[in-house]
Ligand binder design. Sequence first.
Ligand SMILES: [Zn+2]
Ligand SMILES: [Zn+2]
Length: 255
Amino acid sequence: MELRVIGCHGGETPRHRTCAFLVDDVLAIDAGSLTSGLEVADQAKLRAVLVSHAHLDHIRDLATLADNRCQLHCEPLTIAGTRETLRILKKHFFNNLLWPDFASIPSTDEPTIRYLELKPDKPTEVGGYEVRTVLVDHTIETASFIVKGSDGSIGYSGDTGPTERLWKALNEEPNLRALMMEVSFPNREQKLATVSGHHTPRTMAKDLAKFKAIKDLPTLLYHIKPVFQAEVEKECAALPGLNLQVLQLLDHFVL
Ligand SMILES: [Zn+2]
Ligand SMILES: [Zn+2]
């Protein structure tokens, strides 16, 4: 599987983009920067987007992506998320007020987007991949994903603070190639991290210890807040015994 980083930060500046990742150029994980970071031809190649939760930094480019793909007469784009995530998208985002309802444009028979509900712990086929959805612990309902390709799988934590189910699921996964793991704030901002449902390097290290294979598995860190980038990177570099790598824009992995 190929993994491409379009955006990997927990905020935005001209040098930081909100979260969006591509598996084999056809399956997106979150949509924070799918149009700000991808050329139109690559936007048109997408089959599906896995949406971890409905916070703006993970969904906002769904608006401009749908608009572009509608004009290009693309095949319907599958937007996959939990029932609650889809409910929020329909009611508060593609609601014909904030943005047009692209699930009925140009017509309900041939729409620009189609919703696909992901049920927790029930493997579902999305865009040619088997996806396992595991709920994590954030301020709104948020999913983590285990995406299975033909030659292995990738874990994606979603926005989360300390959690349990994800580690149990990952411990059951036989052929994991990498884990994309959130960390957002430095240790001194623990209060802010706790109240916003995110990790600091300290809580992340504690959580990673619940995962048996963690020493061998590449752990790719994302969602660092731009304001704290250098500080969080320094604190992560000081964590012993882990195979950590801070993701950068345009990183490309063959896993
Ligand atoms: Zn969030
Ligand atoms: Zn976020």
